[in-house]
Design a protein around this ligand. Structure first.
Ligand SMILES: [Zn+2]
Length: 316
């Protein structure tokens, strides 16, 4: 590693893939007969804080990519001939299950070479200290967010209020345009400040299935902070995401994103489709139209926020 338009909005419900417990089979905990998509149940709403529903089984998304849980926030394993990259680490009390899931898909934790942290919120880095110790891997976060991560040491969070947070030892502080090169993967790190000062997205992920390869992106940028300067940054973020061409697979950091999860379904709606896929059918995670839809909506929303902020500033 060198550190250095008209797209129809299709909701999960329209596709009839709201899941019942029966359809989930043995890989998911019982969710009852809820009509809402599983991705939504896990991420928001009254049941999202239930611990046991989060402890899902791992699943293979592509030949070289596994979702290793939990339900509401995603950790992904990207395998290469020279080792494995782990994207995000969830938080306690889910890290033991994360480790079990990594082993279940046949990956030796010691083969993990990089742990990439999307941003400095506990649901993304909460497991990083344990994973750093277990794997010996490099931990990569955007420089600005290492400050946030270190500041969380010893505090508590509402998912695991009995135990103080543990944080990883500061390791690789990444900047815009840095690469992670491992095996056949050449990832490019981008920053999209707003949600946190060092919010990250990663392009260049090559996903493989059969003889095919697909272009993946992890994380989706996001808006800037409140106010005029934040609104300007939000437009820059949206344009930076839009500049990544040819994306076919959006690796969501969470299972569900308001307002619709992600056009065509969140992580677990697509996982259910993958499970029942017939030979020759496309992988449900390959969905360039849904990604383009998201990019265009983000551009429009960012421009509107900026126009609103400029109007406010001009009106003073
Ligand atoms: Zn966050």
């Amino acid at each position: 590693m060198r550190v250095s338009k008209q797209i129809a909005l299709v909701t999960a419900g329209c596709l009839g893939i709201a899941l019942s417990a029966g359809e989930l089979g043995s890989t998911m905990p019982a969710f009852g007969q809820a009509a809402e998509p599983v991705s939504k149940t896990c991420r928001e709403g009254p049941r999202a804080r239930e611990i046991e529903i989060q402890k899902i089984e791992p699943f293979k998304m592509f030949d070289n990519l596994y979702h290793v849980g939990p339900c509401y926030v995603a950790a992904y394993l990207l395998t290469t001939p020279q080792g494995v990259i782990l994207f995000d680490t969830t938080q306690e009390p889910f890290v033991g299950k994360l480790i079990d899931n990594i082993k279940k898909v046949g990956v030796n934790p010691r083969d993990i070479k990089y742990i990439v942290i999307n941003h400095g919120h506990i649901d993304h880095f909460g497991g990083a200290a344990r994973m750093q110790e277990l794997t010996g891997a490099h931990v990569v976060a955007i420089a600005e967010d290492w400050t946030m991560i270190e500041a969380a040491e010893g505090k508590t969070n509402n998912r695991d209020p009995e135990h103080p947070n543990r944080v990883p030892k500061i390791d690789i502080a990444a900047h815009e345009g840095d690469h992670i090169d491992l095996g056949d993967q050449h990832l490019i790190i981008h920053t999209a400040p707003g949600h946190t000062p060092g919010n990250m997205f990663v392009e260049g992920i090559v996903l493989k299935e059969g003889g095919q390869t697909y272009k993946g992106i992890w994380g989706g940028g996001g808006a800037g902070v409140k106010g005029l300067e934040g609104a300007k940054q939000g437009v820059i973020n949206a344009q930076k995401v839009a500049a990544v061409k040819g994306v076919q697979v959006y690796l969501m950091t969470h299972s569900w994103q308001p307002p619709n999860g992600y056009a065509g379904g969140g992580v677990h709606e697509r996982a259910a489709l993958l499970k029942t896929r017939k030979p020759g059918d496309p992988n449900p995670f390959v969905d360039p139209a849904a990604w383009e839809n998201r990019v265009q909506r983000q551009l429009v929303a960012a421009q509107k926020t900026l126009a609103d902020e400029q109007a406010k500033a001009g009106g003073k």
